[in-house]
Design a protein around this ligand. Structure first.
Ligand code: GDD
Length: 337
């Protein structure tokens, strides 16, 4: 039998949040590395299951939910993965203010349940399950130092950020208490054509494309002064995998080391779409302001560069270009349907 087709020889990866931007990039990346990929999905008749099956027929869908420990244990017993990537979360910061309790349960306690399930199922004696936690630069919130490193104190500014701090600390705690191979990637914002339309970058490139095609007239935004360290999601999932290939588990900042304001993102997008000055199209609406804002994020990825040999390949200009090109093509296709 060809070794790639022999399931017993293939390394197995279990991913929560499989239908999100990062889950899809990671599934593709790990499949390319010869892994058998399993994706956890919640609910009955989840409409995303069909989309996922069309896009990634090689991903095996496993039922389960981060709010249900038994389902996680059952999933791990069934899959017996080598690597567990916990990307599942309520990930939209704005929504976390309205659904704070749900966010704490899924984004925060979900990590604890994942770690407990690993403790219970364990994995093979000489091959314990390795765990990746998707920590977030949102934990730095009201930043205490610039740029932010693995040692910068946290000051979260949203229920989402608070839940991620819990997830980060409980991952460290289980590593230190039970010797789990558990690592956290403190990922700064990462975008791309697969980004959900609710996030500011994709909202901008998609609406600009729709304005260009005459489908929409304006783009309505909140705080355009905010600054973020924006990288490309495809680069960032590689860092997740690299962390789990290390002999020792650890925490790493994954960032580009550059920061740009929402206004800079607007300027570049509207230039690339060929609409000129974004101010002619953008309207401010306070409904998109958050009760507490994160004004400035900029990460220092030196540790990831030195210890993992990781560095981002797609810069800011290229990222905007990829997203704009994708959205023009995507909206044009939709118009023709
Ligand atoms: N979403 C959105 N919509 N954001 C807006 C808008 C708007 O209409 N107008 C201004 N913004 C501002 C937000 O206030 C924020 O300062 C910034 O744009 C970025 O917002 P998002 O794209 O929603 O991302 P985020 O930075 O809050 O969170 C993302 O990055 C985190 C890493 O730091 C998410 O991906 C999180 O899940 C992730 O952990």
């Amino acid at each position: 039998m060809h070794p790639v087709l022999d399931l017993t020889l293939m390394r197995k990866a279990f991913i929560t949040g499989i239908t999100g931007q990062d889950g899809r990039h990671l599934a593709e990346f790990l499949h390319g590395k010869g892994y058998k990929v399993f994706g956890m999905m919640k609910g009955q008749h989840n409409p995303r299951a069909e989309l996922l099956r069309d896009e990634f027929p090689y991903v095996e869908i496993i039922p389960g939910d981060l709010t249900d420990l038994t389902s996680l244990v059952t999933a791990l017993e069934q899959v017996q993965p080598d690597e567990f990537y916990n990307l599942g979360a309520i990930s939209f910061v704005a929504m976390s203010f309205n659904q704070a309790e749900l966010t704490a349960n899924v984004t925060g306690l979900g990590v604890l349940r994942a770690l407990e399930a690993i403790r219970m199922v364990g994995g093979a004696q000489n091959n314990p399950i390795r765990f990746y936690q998707a920590s977030s630069s949102e934990m730095f919130g009201k930043v205490r130092e610039v740029p932010q490193t693995e040692l910068t104190p946290f000051h979260p500014r949203s229920p989402y950020g608070v839940a991620k701090v819990f997830g980060h600390h409980i991952t460290m705690n289980y590593r230190e208490s039970y010797g789990l191979h558990a690592s956290s990637g403190i990922l700064f914002n990462h975008e791309g054509p697969r980004r959900g339309l609710e996030f500011v970058t994709r909202k901008i490139t998609n609406t600009a494309a729709r304005i260009k095609l005459g489908i929409e007239k304006e783009l309505v935004l909140g705080n355009t002064d905010a600054k973020r360290d924006w990288g490309y999601a495809g680069d960032y999932v590689k860092a997740m995998w690299m962390m789990l290939q290390q002999d020792e588990p650890d925490d790493y900042v994954i960032a580009t080391g550059e920061t740009h304001s929402v206004e800079e993102f607007l300027t570049l997008t509207f230039e690339k779409v060929g609409l000129g000055d974004w101010k002619n199209y953008v309207r401010h609406d306070p409904k998109f302001l958050r009760p507490a804002e994160v004004d400035l994020l900029i990460g220092d990825p030196s540790k990831a560069k030195t210890k993992l040999g990781w560095q981002p390949e797609v810069g800011f200009d290229k990222l905007v270009e990829m997203m704009v090109e994708h959205d023009i093509a995507y909206e044009t296709r939709r118009l023709k349907k």
